[in-house]
Write a protein that binds this ligand. Structure first.
Ligand code: SAM
Length: 311
């Protein structure tokens, strides 16, 4: 296991398998990269995973773009599974999920996150530009039926758009047996000054404080020390709500144990850093290891305690 200079173990990879998406969410951070046609082959991804696994990585999340646009995602997962004993998960908009879920599971997928940023059809279209809320719901049902567990529903909270839907989303996910993951609209320091961020950013602590009063218990996801509350939905069903609250949150960064891989074949230290990219494309195993180590040892927590006072 490698540790960075801040004592953080590196045990997890977030791999961007492509950069194109069939949805056009206006707030999308594109995983910190530009839209670009370059994508890694399954073999290239496997080599990077193998090197990371030999150095202590035991969990992998696949992201995009939209990962299901890749026809070879099942092969990528199967190749990853050869090296990773722990969790392999995927985040998707679920548009193409229903017909792929069994193949993904059989390839070695353990868990899935499905993005659904509105429970109201018209707002769903406003956000994604695609009229697909019922297709996404079918995807959620298919994921639950497939036995993958847990199924998490990602909901980016946007001021003036969907923040009033949180209770309905708790009911919706609880009635299905899924976990609701509330995500803060995030950006880097420069992005905080952009008008659309100021307009739509919602302080997730307001919801956290409100739900804390009715939570039956609280625990934490070790990654990013994300708070997870267990409560009762209005419909009486047990509900779990996880909070992803990165903005100006030093605790989040202090508990970051992941490295990113971009679709272009670089190790990236942080979503908010485009100046720390360590390319491994075309390198042999020892070259990939060199890039991996350079990335790990360059990691710096992005948000520090000093940033919190100006939030
Ligand atoms: N297309 C896939 C999906 O919809 O899940 C994978 C890629 S998407 C970039 C991964 C997750 O990041 C989604 O849940 C998305 O909503 C979230 N996301 C995108 N931009 C964000 C932002 N600026 N702040 C917070 N979350 C964001």
């Amino acid at each position: 296991m490698l540790y960075d200079h801040f004592g953080r173990p590196l045990n997890s990879l977030r791999i961007q398998v492509n950069a194109s998406c069939n949805f056009k969410c206006f707030f999308c951070h594109m995983e910190g990269t530009d839209e670009n046609a370059v994508t890694l082959s399954p073999e290239e991804i496997e080599k990077a995973v193998m090197v990371a696994a030999k150095n202590g990585v035991n969990r992998v999340k696949f992201t995009g773009g939209e990962p299901l646009l890749r026809k070879d995602l099942e092969e990528i997962i199967a190749r990853t599974r050869k090296h990773i004993e722990g969790d392999i998960s995927l985040t998707t908009n679920a548009y193409f999920l229903k017909q792929r879920i069994k193949g993904l599971r059989d390839a070695g997928l353990n868990r899935i996150n499905i993005s659904m940023h509105s429970i109201e059809g018209d707002k769903f279209v406003d956000i994604t530009k695609v009229d697909a809320i019922s297709i996404v719901e079918e995807g959620i049902d298919a994921a639950l039926d497939s036995g993958l567990s847990p199924v998490k529903v990602n909901f980016v909270v946007l001021k003036g758009i969907n923040e009033t839907q949180v209770n309905s989303m708790i009911d919706f996910t609880a009635s299905k047996g899924a976990i609701l993951q509330l995500i803060e609209y995030e950006t880097d320091r420069k992005g905080e000054a952009v008008e659309s961020f100021k307009k739509y950013h919602y302080d997730l602590r307001l919801i956290e404080n409100r739900l804390a009063k009715v939570a039956e218990s609280v625990d934490y996801n070790s990654l990013h020390h994300r708070e997870r509350m267990h409560l009762r939905a209005k419909n009486g069903k047990p509900a779990t709500v996880e909070f992803v609250r990165p903005q100006r949150n030093s605790d989040f960064c202090n508990h970051c144990t992941r490295l990113r891989i971009t679709s272009k074949g670089e190790f990236q230290t942080c979503l908010n850093r485009s100046d720390q990219m360590f390319s491994f494309r075309g390198k042999d195993e020892s070259g990939v290891l060199g890039s991996y180590k350079n990335a790990v040892y360059s990691r710096v927590p992005y948000w520090r305690e000093a940033d919190e006072s100006s939030y």
